[in-house]
Design a protein around this ligand. Structure first.
Ligand code: NDP
Length: 290
């Protein structure tokens, strides 16, 4: 494919980093953004500013979409000339739900375009850097045809044909990321309430959030439905979360997060899992919340 032409629609921090990386690598880059001025720095470096979405679509077979959500995707592409959409491969790196990714793929297919759903696993600073990664799903032939251009941004891991799959894997990733990171923010708030700085927490935060040994231990057991309480018990976990909640309360900080965690633990005990491992909470979390 060489340095194939590429269009980038959506110049938030992520789309901007992507367009910038393509310029660095010698691609002919066409950009469009609702707020046109966001393209100025890229245009100064040689990017072509499309005056309309249709022009942006016409410029390249591969069109990278980096928008806030799929509502924005429809806001941008909804009025596009069907002739401009036909034959395009839309690498939709916009985050949203698997269902919305599937609907958008069908929407694109109705217009003769192909959506490759992508979930980018690095922040804008990681685009074009070694070690960056993204999940992709959708038609394999379209992925293979544009793989080299997509891999300018991140390593590209095609997981399957279902256009919802990359969105699902991305949201699974974000489930861990946001909940764990919020746990860290809670920790920093509690530390601050007790006169400690984030820097005082760092030395043990890194180890506390390295959950690899736990994940590796629990994975085969969880997949086998084995929640035996041979190494940990939910009653012990519940008492421990209570200590966290009480420490938060005594520190005068927000207790929403530890209270929510305690609620899940207590429901596990109430469901009869007290003597089982904390992994039994998976069975509680599999059900819709009341
Ligand atoms: P932003 O939310 O900052 O991107 C905003 C882009 O969407 C802008 O180009 C904005 O246009 C456009 N937009 C939003 N609503 C509309 C609309 N109604 N009509 C037209 N354009 C619209 O996100 P990022 O750039 O940070 O990220 C882009 C995507 O990548 C998101 O889905 C995000 O979840 C995902 N992502 C982001 C990461 C990050 O660290 N930033 C990491 C991994 C994935 P305008 O400039 O005119 O406002």
């Amino acid at each position: 494919n060489g340095a194939a032409p590429v269009t980038v629609i959506g110049l938030g921090p992520m789309g901007h980093a992507m367009a910038s990386t393509y310029l660095d690598r010698g691609h002919r880059v066409t950009v469009w953004n609702r707020t046109a001025s966001r393209a100025d720095a890229l245009v100064a470096r040689g990017a072509h500013r499309a005056a309309t979405v249709d022009e942006a679509l016409a410029a390249s077979e591969l069109v990278v979409l980096s928008l806030t959500d799929y509502e924005a995707v429809y806001a941008v592409l909804g009025d596009a000339d069907p002739a401009a959409l036909a034959g395009r491969v839309l690498a939709n790196l916009t985050s949203d739900t698997p269902d919305r990714a599937r609907k958008a793929a069908a929407w694109a297919a109705d217009r003769g375009a192909t959506q490759l759903t992508g979930g980018v696993l690095v922040p804008p600073s990681g685009i074009g850097e070694p070690g960056s990664a993204a999940f992709y799903s959708g038609p394999r032939d379209a992925f293979d045809a544009h793989r080299a251009t997509l891999e300018v941004l991140t390593a590209a891991d095609h997981r399957g044909e279902d256009p919802g799959l990359a969105a699902l894997l991305y949201q699974l990733n974000m489930t861990m990321f946001w909940t764990a990171l919020t746990g860290y923010w809670q920790t920093v708030a509690m530390a601050a309430a007790n006169g400690l700085k984030a820097a005082d927490v760092l030395p043990f935060a890194v180890d506390a959030l390295d959950l690899r040994p736990f994940l590796e231990f629990y994975t085969p057991r969880v997949d086998a439905g084995d929640h035996s309480g041979d190494v940990d018990r939910l009653t012990m976990g519940t008492a421990s979360v209570e200590h966290v909640l009480h420490t938060a309360r005594d520190s005068g900080v927000d207790t929403t997060l530890p209270a929510a965690v305690l609620d899940v633990f207590r429901r596990g005990v109430a469901a009869g899992h007290g003597a089982d491992s904390t992994s039994s909470l998976v069975e509680i979390l599999k059900r819709p919340s009341a």
